[in-house]
Write a protein that binds this ligand. Structure first.
Ligand code: GLN
Length: 317
């Protein structure tokens, strides 16, 4: 039996990470994202699994050191930084915490809700959140995003210029969403400037290992377990994880919570981070996606580890 307060012993976690990698490495369901042209070049066979413990232990198998753009996973950590700066109420009022039930770039969701973005994990809410980042210029906001996400990861994260340029040239939909938000008074800044900061934040390079450490920081009440740096408060971690539980896997968040029972966030380049409060986090990378934009192997691997390690937050027996 697995104890409830922490992860099982070092050897077992290490073994399970390798077992899960072996078990799913040959699965080839799903398709690599192509709506951001450069993402089509991703290696569909890449697959990495990493568990980071709140005690600082790291367990990894496969391609855990391969760089990929963080994409929507950045939304979770920018949200935490904005909650830290502005507080629970301001963010709830402006961005919301309810699932839209629609895809992450839905314009319909925004229109149906009279311009309210509903939650920070869809593009509309993420743009509204990025617009709230501290900083007196877009350059300063971007620097604060990069520094903040780097503190979550415990190392300096770099921007992938190619991904940034590829998305910047093709993100008409995000620009349209930002204009709509402006028309509804949901963002006060120049909408195209906000989209630019958001596109940069999505282009930051991370590894599956970084995702696990970033998630473990949220699992550890806001303290990075590798560097000891307090990035955000415990209250902010609670708020962020609650939002991830209801919205982190887009319109599939309910199914995900039902099957796997962990707050999590995915991105279209194939990353997923899942957080076990108090215990640690799982970071996975595999570029083949399901129709909602969630990595197929990442979901399988995380589900297996959640069960085998007894991580489901709803389990009492
Ligand atoms: N940068 C991407 C976009 O805005 C992020 C989407 C995602 O990862 N789901 O479309």
């Amino acid at each position: 039996a697995v104890s409830t307060g922490s992860l099982p012993g070092w050897g077992l976690v290490d073994e399970l990470v390798h077992v899960v990698h072996d078990r799913y490495r040959s699965h080839d369901e799903g398709v690599v994202a192509t709506y951001i042209p450069v993402l089509a070049d991703a290696d569909p066979g890449a697959f990495g699994v990493c568990v980071a413990e709140t005690s600082g232990g790291i367990h990894e198998a496969g391609d855990t050191g391969v760089d990929f753009s963080v994409q929507s996973i950045s939304k979770a950590f920018v949200y935490a930084l904005v909650c830290e700066a502005l507080g629970h109420e301001a963010v709830r009022e402006r961005v919301g915490v309810n699932n839209t039930g629609l895809g992450f770039s839905s314009v319909m969701a925004l229109e149906l809700n009279e311009g309210h973005p509903m939650n920070p994990m869809v593009n509309a809410g993420a743009l509204a959140t990025t617009a709230m980042m501290p900083g007196s210029s877009f350059a300063e906001q971007w620097e604060n995003v990069r520094t903040g996400l780097s503190r979550f990861a415990g190392r300096q994260l770099a921007l992938d210029g190619e991904v940034y340029r590829s998305e910047s040239a093709t993100n008409m939909r995000n620009k349209a969403i930002a204009r709509l938000l402006q028309s509804y008074g949901r963002i006060d800044l120049d909408p195209l400037g906000v989209v630019d900061v958001y596109t940069r934040q999505c282009s930051l390079l991370v590894t599956a290992r970084d995702l696990a450490v970033m998630g473990a920081t949220l699992a550890d009440g806001g303290v990075n377990p590798l560097t000891g740096d307090r990035v955000v408060s415990g209250q902010v971690c609670r708020d962020t994880l609650a939002v991830l539980a209801s919205t982190g896997m887009y319109e599939r968040s309910g199914e995900w919570l039902f099957e796997i029972g962990l707050p999590a966030k995915s991105g279209v380049s194939g990353g997923i981070v899942a957080v076990a409060p108090g215990k640690g986090a799982i970071g996975t990378f595999s570029p083949r996606l399901d129709p909602a934009g969630n990595s197929v192997r990442g979901q399988r691997a995380t589900g297996y580890l959640s069960r085998a390690l007894g991580l489901n937050v709803f389990a009492s027996a």
